[in-house]
Design a protein around this ligand. Structure first.
Ligand SMILES: Cc1cc2nc3c(=O)[nH]c(=O)nc-3n(C[C@H](O)[C@H](O)[C@H](O)COP(=O)(O)OP(=O)(O)OC[C@H]3O[C@@H](n4cnc5c(N)ncnc54)[C@H](O)[C@@H]3O)c2cc1C
Length: 306
């Protein structure tokens, strides 16, 4: 069986950037694409903040370009998820539905998934008014009614950020107090553009077939339901890192994000991490791509040193 120089797990911006760099370094990377080839940007339409595209670019088109660039330098691709790993063996072993891969190094860039509410209309209007990222999409909702669901620090941050754009920002929260830190919660409560609907849940996303128009909201204490006009609906209830496979293998924090040691290295020699699987602060395509570059360079240097 061939022993590869590097196997990359995931084909989002982090994994494909790592593939471009390691391919150009002559390491012939094999990318295990994952069930969601292209990663999170496959779920979005306009990306306006990725440098180099002054007129914006569609998420799937951007990821196609990343892949083409990696292929040009000799990266190869295996479809589907990695289903099992053994990082303690030498060479390391990665299993996919197609069989086993052996490699001297592995770059883990398996990303994260935003948590969804699972509401009627939520999927249908994702990217058409329903968003999971204020930094990414806030700009699209200038002077519109914006609604945020969530009660943690991230939801407060997102709501405060969205006041720059929305005519009004409404936070819908199922309880009568936020889980967020006191200081963040108070900032949101005190903000003149933010209104809070306590004890309330969104039950349905309503649109005209092309865009979100309103939300059906229910007060859980009184049982009253009403329709709230809404142009942008931000679901800010958290993310789940795709790290199940690495439980008891790599170090994780209390939210199951992978933890790096020096640079992109992990505690397992020859295993490097990049992107949203590790970064729960920035969560942007450009930061994930930057992390992919960093992991690739760390990986090249590690191989050279062996
Ligand atoms: C709807 C939406 C819109 C967004 N819009 C923007 C935007 O406009 N601008 C911006 O900068 N950012 C945006 N983001 C954020 C951006 O998409 C992420 O920060 C970025 O994609 C993270 O890249 P990543 O490579 O780390 O992970 P991901 O993009 O999450 O990719 C992870 C990859 O790993 C794969 N994978 C998972 N498990 C396994 C496994 N077991 N084996 C192999 N592969 C696996 C997945 O299938 C996927 O291919 C948006 C995110 C969402 C959800």
């Amino acid at each position: 069986m061939d022993v590869h120089e590097v196997v990359i797990l995931g084909s989002g911006p982090a994994g494909l950037t790592a593939a471009i760099y390691t391919a150009r370094a002559g390491l012939k990377p094999v990318v295990v694409e994952g069930l969601k080839a292209g990663g999170q940007l496959m779920d979005t339409t306009d990306v306006e903040n990725y440098p180099g595209f002054p007129d914006g670019v569609q998420g799937p088109e951007l990821m196609e370009l990343f892949k083409k660039q990696a292929e040009r330098f000799g990266a190869t691709f295996v479809s589907g998820d990695a289903t099992k790993v053994d990082f303690a063996s030498s060479p390391m072993r990665v299993w996919t539905e197609d069989g086993e891969l052996q490699s001297k190094t592995v770059i883990v860039s398996s990303g994260a998934s935003p948590l969804e509410l699972g509401l009627p209309g939520e999927k249908e209007y994702a990217g058409k008014g329903v968003s999971y990222c204020a930094t990414c999409d806030g700009f699209f909702f200038r002077d519109q009614e914006i609604v945020v669901v969530g009660g943690g620090d991230t939801a407060m941050e997102e709501a405060l950020f969205l006041t720059r754009f929305g005519s009004r920002v409404t936070i819908v929260h199922r309880r009568d107090q936020f889980r967020a830190s006191k200081i963040m919660a108070q900032r949101a409560i005190d903000h003149e553009k933010i209104e809070i609907l306590w004890d309330s849940v969104v039950e349905q996303v309503i649109g005209d077939g092309t865009r979100v128009q309103s939300l059906r909201v229910k007060n859980v204490k009184t049982g009253d339901t009403f329709e709230r006009p809404c142009g942008g609906f931000f679901v800010a209830i958290g993310h789940r890192p795709n790290t199940e496979l690495f439980r008891d293998v790599l170090d994780m924090d209390d939210q199951a994000y992978l933890v790096a040691g020096h640079g992109a290295a992990t505690k397992m020699p020859g295993v490097f991490i990049a992107g949203d699987v590790h970064d729960h602060t920035y969560r942007q395509a450009v930061t994930a791509a930057g992390a992919g570059c960093r992991a690739a360079i760390d990986c090249e240097r590690w191989l050279e040193a062996q």
